[in-house]
Ligand binder design. Structure first.
Ligand code: SAH
Length: 228
């Protein structure tokens, strides 16, 4: 493990180790995922984002452990494995426009920003939205638009989206998000009870408008709340 004042080289080494840990976990969980490895583009994007810059200085030394970490306001940055898997489930392409619900610290958005043309992300906690926007700007990431609001309504102005990712758990898929999903697009969302059983679900909108729904993995997410 690295210590509190890790150098950029130590962080880079720890990041490479995390990438390997996640690749191993993808392999072990291949029966759930239906694949033994991440899309190479996704793996490369994931390997390139400095996760230590998305947590407080006190937690930076833990940034490359494969677990969620607190980001303030009672919220968490998701476990790296989950970020990688959810990103992969969207089948991101360079021309895509993606909506994220639950910006948190902006880490997932930063990973997506390397893979698609434009990311729109909504966060219900004003302070987190403000901090994430400032952090992404500081890092020179200019294809992520952050908004403070209730992501359950989506972001209709920029719809339809080729991918929608919800990083907080809901009992049901918010209907606005289905509406704002493009034909051929994919929506990844944890569904289930707050603090209880949840499953990561991926929904694809077919050409005839029908929804193809697949349950991927058991997961544990903070709840998608009303507000914004
Ligand atoms: N993707 C984030 C992890 C987010 S944790 C990251 O990479 O760090 C889930 C986030 O969803 C929390 O920040 C929480 O405040 C937010 N959230 C919960 N309900 C929401 C809603 N209705 N609209 C938008 N954001 C919401």
């Amino acid at each position: 493990m690295t210590h509190a004042r890790s150098t950029p080289e130590q962080f880079a080494k720890a990041r490479a180790a995390m990438v390997k840990t996640v690749a191993d976990e993808v392999l072990w969980t291949n029966r759930y995922l239906g694949k033994t490895a991440l899309d190479p583009r996704v793996a490369a994007a994931f390997a390139a984002v400095p996760r230590e810059q998305f947590v407080s200085a006190e937690l930076a030394e833990f940034a490359y452990e494969n677990r969620p970490l607190p980001i303030g306001q009672g919220q968490t940055i998701s476990q790296p494995y989950i970020v990688a898997v959810m990103t992969d489930l969207l089948h991101p392409e360079a021309r895509h426009r993606v909506l994220e619900v639950g910006t948190g610290c902006g880490y997932q958005a930063a990973v997506l920003a390397r893979l698609v043309a434009q990311v729109y992300t909504i966060e219900t906690v004003g302070e987190l939205a403000k901090d994430a926007a400032a952090r992404l700007k500081r890092m020179g990431i200019d294809n992520v638009a952050v908004r403070h609001g209730d992501g359950r309504m989506g972001w209709p102005q920029h719809a339809p989206y080729d991918g929608i990712i919800v990083t907080a758990a809901a009992r049901e898929v918010p209907p606005a998000l289905i509406q704002q999903l493009a034909v051929g697009g994919r929506l990844a969302i944890p569904l289930g009870e707050p603090g209880g059983d949840q499953e990561l679900v991926v929904i694809r909108k077919e050409a005839d408008g029908t929804l193809d729904r697949r349950s991927v993995l058991p997961v544990a997410f903070v709840p998608l709340v009303k507000g914004g």
